[in-house]
Design a protein around this ligand. Structure first.
Ligand code: NAP
Length: 498
């Protein structure tokens, strides 16, 4: 199982030790990032391993490698030499590892490390992409027997991520570290075991220290949200595919808590993707058994499915995938989640006689329209791209219009319920209020599908006008519970509902 390493990025050693104390029960080793230390602190790093009380890595990362060190190589050499000098017969008082870049070949430093039992991590950091020839880059890193090769690269999309994983899983066994940095690389951190990495790096984010590398998670999140310590080679992988916003979704906490409480050896991990083909490549690379699909891919994935449920065909959008022997089958649980949470919110059994406005005509709005029609409501569809509003409205005999001020009179005629199903206002997506030109009367019931942040400008305005209003958190719970049932064949645990 990979060791969990806490990268310490404090300006003082005392600050680093305080952060380390907070995470002692969650980590195995610490990385002292000397490039973050104030200059006066740097020359006291020799004593750090003994004070830390856990095996320590020393790294003095240059700016070009994603660190903060801007002085010359001479100054870096002096820091490394001093930190490794005067080795103690007590191994715990020495650095257990030193991170040296592949272009830093200084025999005296390497010799000192080897003599005193400090393992060399031989690293390469590509801050802009993936090397064209991964094998050649690796050969350079793995040239010296006894050193631990470390390749940290920056996937620019899910296709890069897929290439990295597929390549890493063909490497021969042995101590190594392979990391995808940035948002697209995040799943490589959770799935370090799958990539054969012996160390998973984290940052003390909840302790307020700066993130040491893009994509680092906090050790507490890695453990509780992603059940990192429970992941083995046999663990089934489920993914959340969609825009970069998936990396801060609350769905992993929900699904992973459910897998844990039911004793299922599975993990749910965000896999950001800009397009459907690269998402599928990434799902294949991590051998995912299933996936949830979100903004903006619920419609784009349809042509790539080998089978679709009746609901997917009727709605025209898919938010749930299951791996089958011959490809991927598509399902839609948004309808289940939306119907149940809407009826609970309204305290009704159906929507007969209700007149509703749907804001949006994307994948989620399609599920909304389907439910409203089934429950007997009459609706108006408003969307920025008018032809999409027209197409969706025609399917159910609804009215349609542009998402613009002159639709106010149309809303007036469809204002018992207003359902906000665009991603405007969603964290990491478009900011704002898609109805900022509409004044709520206080009589509308307002249901917004967004749940992150938990209240938006639109919800605040609706509540201030006296409207009953809710966000999409309950919908997320219900639609996730339905996904769990599709993936596992079991009844969803209580954790989805309470
Ligand atoms: P989608 O398929 O990508 O559709 C996005 C919708 O937002 C389209 O109607 C799009 O209009 C509109 N939009 C995007 N940017 C806009 C802007 N700047 N101004 C005006 N309209 C804009 O996404 P989706 O899957 O339907 O998801 C939509 C929202 O529902 C997301 O916030 C998602 O998190 C939420 N959701 C929540 C749950 C839940 O369980 N709570 C479930 C599903 C979805 P155009 O057609 O003009 O591009």
């Amino acid at each position: 199982m990979p060791l969990v390493c806490l990268s310490l990025t404090g300006r003082t050693l005392a600050g680093d030790l305080a952060a380390l104390d907070r995470y002692r029960d969650k980590i195995d080793i610490a990385e002292l990032r000397a490039d973050y230390l104030d200059p006066a602190e740097v020359f006291a790093i020799r004593g750090f391993p003994e004070r830390a009380g856990v095996p320590c890595i020393l790294a003095v990362r240059r700016k070009s490698d994603g660190g903060g060190f801007t002085d010359g190589e001479g100054a870096r050499l002096v820091i490394l030499a001093k930190a490794l000098a005067y080795a103690s017969p007590d191994k715990n008082a020495n650095f257990a590892y030193v991170d040296l870049e592949c272009d830093f070949r200084v025999p005296s430093v390497e010799e000192a490390a080897r003599t005193f039992g400090t393992k060399i991590i031989r690293s390469c950091h590509d801050m802009t992409g993936l090397p064209a020839d991964l094998d050649a880059a690796w050969a350079d890193l793995a040239a010296e027997p006894g050193e631990i090769p470390k390749l940290a690269v920056t996937p620019r999309g899910a296709a890069d991520f897929a290439r990295l994983v597929s390549w890493a899983t063909t490497l021969p066994p042995g101590e190594r570290i392979v990391i995808g940095m940035g948002e697209f690389g995040l799943p490589s951190r959770v799935l370090a075991e799958r990539l054969g990495s012996s160390i998973a790096y984290t940052s003390a984010l909840y302790a307020g220290l700066p993130v040491a590398a893009s994509g680092h998670l906090d050790p507490a999140a890695l453990e509780s949200q992603y059940r990192f310590r429970e992941i083995s080679k046999d663990t089934e992988v489920y993914a959340l595919g969609g825009s970069r916003s998936v990396v801060s979704s609350k769905a992993p906490a929900l699904h992973n808590a459910a897998f844990r409480s039911a004793g299922i050896d599975a993990v749910y991990v965000p896999v950001p993707a800009d397009d459907a083909p690269s998402l599928f490549a990434a799902l294949e690379a991590v051998e995912a058994r299933g996936a949830a699909i979100t903004v903006p891919l619920k419609e784009a994935i349809l042509p790539l499915l080998s089978r679709r449920s009746r609901a997917v065909d009727e709605i025209g959008a898919c938010n749930t995938l299951v791996r089958e022997a011959d490809g991927w089958s598509g399902h839609n649980t948004d309808v289940i989640g939306f119907e149940r949470s809407l009826l609970e919110f309204l305290g009704r059994k159906d929507l007969k006689g209700q007149r509703a406005t749907i804001v949006g005509a994307g994948g989620a709005a399609k599920a909304v329209a389907h439910v409203l029609s089934r429950l007997g409501a009459t609706a108006l569809v408003l969307n920025r791209t008018l032809p999409k509003a027209r197409e969706l409205a025609r399917r159910y005999g609804f009215a349609f219009g542009p998402l613009a001020e002159h639709a106010t009179s149309l809303i007036a005629d469809h204002s018992d319920i207003i359902i906000q199903a665009t991603c405007v206002g969603m964290e990491s997506e478009a900011r704002g209020d898609p109805l900022d030109w509409y004044e709520f009367t206080g009589r509308e019931a307002v249901f917004e599908l967004i749940y992150r942040p938990d209240h938006t400008a639109l919800l605040d305005r609706a509540r201030a006008a006296g409207c009953r209003a809710t966000n999409g958190w309950q919908m997320l719970r219900y639609q996730s519970a339905a996904q769990y049932k599709i993936w596992t064949g079991r009844e969803p645990p209580e954790s989805y509902f309470s």
